[in-house]
Design a protein around this ligand. Structure first.
Ligand code: SF4
Length: 80
């Protein structure tokens, strides 16, 4: 897997050096992310409708989970 660098340091998957430690992530449009339930994430990526956007700021990481959220494992993503 390629290295994913991310500065969102309040994410459960955030790692030292701004290196994401999730075994997989899902990037989608902001709109799609807001409409999907919390348990739909990278393991379900093949079932999600493609979502074109016009600009970079219209995308987001659906895999984000706050480090203090007790539901960190509902998305099926593993922290390496
Ligand atoms: S899961 Fe997403 S928001 Fe969280 S550290 Fe990885 S890339 Fe960043």
């Amino acid at each position: 897997m390629p290295q994913i660098f991310c500065s969102v340091n309040n994410c459960h998957y955030y790692g030292q050096g701004n290196l994401c430690q999730a075994d997989k992530i899902l990037i989608t449009s902001d709109t799609m992310s807001q409409n999907l339930s919390a348990n739909i994430d990278a393991p379900n990526a093949g079932q999600i409708t493609p979502t074109p956007v016009a600009k970079c700021p219209e995308t987001c990481c659906k895999t984000f989970v706050h480090k203090n959220d007790f539901n960190q494992n509902t998305d099926g993503v593993i922290k390496r």
